[in-house]
Design a protein. Sequence first.
Length: 467
Amino acid sequence: MPQDWSFRLNDLNTAALKDSDILWADLVFIGGMLSQQLSFLELIERVHGLGKKVVAGGPDPTSQPEIYRQADYLVLGEAECTLPRFLEDFQAGAKRGVYPPLQERPDIRSSPVPRFDLLKARDYLMIGIQFSRGCPFNCEFCDVIELFGRLPRTKTPEQIVAELQALYELGYRGHVDFVDDNFIGNINSVKRILTAVRGWSERRRHPFYFSTEASINLADDPELLAMMRDLDFRYVFIGIETSDEEILRSAHKIQNTGRRLTENLSRIYRHGMIVNGGFIIGFDGETRAIARSIAELIRHGSVCMAMVGLLHALPNTQLARRLQRERRFLPDSNELVNTDELGVDQTTAGLNFMTLRPRRDILNDYLYVVAKTYGLASYFNRCLSLGRVLKPNHRYRPSLARRLRDLRGLMILAIRFGVLPPGCYYFWRNILLLAVSNPLAVEAVINLMAMYLHFRKQTRYAIRILS
């Protein structure tokens, strides 16, 4: 963007958008994903109602531009390629326009440092930065390779250090998330980045700790695991999807086959990282045994944060194209409608195709896994088993104010869990046993137990709307 323009950044996840913000602007840029489609379209109407123009972009407009045709300008794909074309036309007086992605993908080594100064950092538990785009794998259900390609493109170590320095100079400290869809898509580049960031962090007494998303082959590289541990990576999301090898092969998720997943997970835990696992139910080829098998994998793998979802054929994916050829794809299934007050939930709004086995059986399997995974005893037992093997290497040291805030949170948690049965038994059992056997893991396990408040609510929500 031209830096002589004035900008305001409004995140509708954290604050309401005022009419005065819209009236202030000459142009309103809106970006969003599939799950935000309804509010996105409503916002376009609202902006138009106030006499302003909309520039729409992001993953869902790129995948389904026809749904967003009421926007004045559609700037699709990656902004490094399409935004300059839009700006040239706009400054020449164009009133409308569609700017599709180019066949050649941009070199993100020329991408500028994000305007972190426009964020209200206090609104966030973490700040995201991006190192790479694209993934070398070929999962049938994934739209990452459709949006960003299979050849991972990476920023330079100097760029990443500059972005961290920008956050540091703004006074931000704490959790930084590498938002890459697969952080280790280019392992050699990752190691160069980690080396540079470690040196920068050590010179500043480790102002940040980190999380990211990676493929399970992270567990195959002891050097990479050690480098992430030394830099204080604490969380990693990994798409596990299913326990069935044949289903993994049919979905082209070959990187997950031929593995002892519980051993892979334990190896990651021993390097200080908690795995947030993704699981999917609804693949072709499943049997009624799949629910019990996934639930057992979650239990034996000590996956506390298990994101269990129903298979959704995202637009323009290999899965959607196959289902269309088989005439099983439900028409307009990715054009959302506002049916009730619940809105859209990405873990339950799946199965947008004709299934090969009864839909009710798939939903029952999903509900079984969710209920089994997030029962109080089951969840807290996994927290304990994870805590016994987790080997944190915390380099980031919070400020006194942050420690006092965390202490206040612990007191609130102790009241919520530590007073009444049955929660009090599991809460204090976990803390006391780990204080003796693995005291370095106590903080992480307390954080995981706190997350149960959310997971319990989400489980009840899923059961309510799918039962």
